[in-house]
Design a binder for this molecule. Structure first.
Ligand code: PLP
Length: 395
């Protein structure tokens, strides 16, 4: 059996038709398959590789940490330098009330931890989220996912959850003194890049404060410069009580986190002690990689270039088949008339050496979330291939 057949036989699958690209090398905004074919990567592991694949400083940090120690003890017991240094760097770049980092091994676990923290801190049970939101695939996170299609086969899920309409001001009145917390993506990603309407996040913040409910902003996909500022919430004048991080947090290594005020975070330390625990959260190699990536992101002027690159993409993606482009920084949804059209475009682009996919709740939209340091030449080349493909397919 070749590697592809072994993959299909022995690796758990998530769909009946996996892409099966056999990538053997990735660097910057490029990937190469086993036949030496080159791809421009327009999604960077879905918003993971914000500073590109295998940035030399990240690789160096991983090697250095591997020479010192790998796993030594479950999260939270030993003083592990990479965890401490990264927590310090992150909180130095966050508002003062977001000063304590709880590390997890994934984004979904950050969601789970934040749900538990909010329940424990407020003594309340109700959790509110928004339609078309995605916070992960584990049972708790699935319970607050904004899509019945993905939830129905797995019921019963968590009780006492409620979904409101994102960007609907009236719905906010459903947040009450029963509500432990409200989860929102600062920019909804899987909905097809939906930004908060003018004043809506501020109204949400205010309602949560009035009701004593914690506001949890999920920046797992939209954080780390993706939208043109280090954190997306900075652009809307709000500060969450809990911030969820993941994806780019680990610089290409698995890492998640939820960040809160120490006063809130300490609820996990008693009654019961060990309120949330894990083995691999804040793995030293992931933290070393993440810290190196964070420094690169801050020091190489990458975030400052995001809006210019967004404009470049938008100016080059002009075609009658494109119904709309919804974008916020380098998080873009290029909308076609249907999923069928989008799928044809995606497949043809893969043939042409451009890699992208679609959004969970907006299957008609092509996802563009490339490394933030993608070159203008690669943007121009990728866009010209999109236009060529649209002309050739006559969609
Ligand atoms: N929240 C958002 C906004 C996400 O996009 C994702 C992953 O796509 C998650 C949470 C879950 O993260 P993970 O896949 O690491 O569990």
């Amino acid at each position: 059996m070749n590697t592809r057949q072994l993959f299909l036989s022995h690796v758990g699958q998530t769909s009946a038709a996996p892409l099966c690209l056999n990538i053997v090398k990735a660097e910057g905004s490029k990937m190469w398959d086993a036949d030496g074919k080159e791809f421009i990567d327009l999604i960077g592991g879905i918003s993971v590789c914000n500073i590109g694949h295998r940035h030399p400083k990240v690789v160096e940090a991983i090697k250095k940490q591997a020479d010192e120690y790998l796993h030594i003890m479950v999260y939270g017991e030993f003083v592990e330098n990479p965890q401490v240094q990264y927590a310090k760097a992150l909180t130095d770049h966050l508002p003062s009330t977001l000063n304590a980092v709880f590390y997890t091994a994934s984004g979904a676990e950050a969601t789970e931890g934040a749900m538990k923290l909010a329940k424990r801190y407020t003594g309340r049970t109700q959790i509110i989220s928004f339609k078309d939101s995605y916070h992960g695939s584990t049972q708790g996170a699935l319970s607050i996912m904004g899509s019945e299609y993905w939830q129905q086969a797995f019921r019963p899920l968590l009780p006492d959850v409620m979904q409101l309409r994102y960007n609907n001001f009236d719905d906010l009145k459903n947040i009450t003194e029963r509500t432990a917390c409200v989860f929102a993506e600062t920019i909804q990603a899987e909905a097809g890049v939906v930004a908060p309407a003018n004043g809506w996040l501020a109204a949400l913040r205010q309602r949560c404060s009035d009701m004593g409910s914690l506001l949890v902003l999920d920046e797992i996909q939209c954080g780390f410069g993706r939208n043109g500022s280090l954190w997306a919430f900075e652009q809307f004048g709000v500060v969450p009580d809990i911030l969820l991080l993941g994806k780019a947090l680990g610089g290409g290594m698995p890492l998640g986190a939820f960040v809160a005020d120490k006063r809130i975070m300490d609820s996990f330390t008693s009654n019961p002690v060990l309120g949330h625990i894990n083995t691999f959260g804040g793995h030293p190699v992931s933290c070393a990689a993440g810290l190196a990536a964070f420094h690169v992101l801050l020091q190489e002027g990458i975030i400052a270039s995001v809006k210019t690159k967004e404009k470049l993409f938008r100016s080059l993606l002009n075609h009658s088949a494109i119904r709309n482009i919804s974008s916020h920084g380098l998080m873009m949804a290029v909308e076609f008339d249907s999923f069928e059209t989008n799928k044809k475009v995606i497949d043809a682009l893969i043939e042409e050496g451009v890699f992208s996919d679609w959004f969970l709740f907006a299957a008609h939209a092509l996802r563009i979330v490339p490394p933030l340091n993608i070159s203008e030449d690669d943007i121009t080349l990728a866009c010209s291939k999109v236009i060529d493909v649209l002309n050739r397919l006559e969609v």
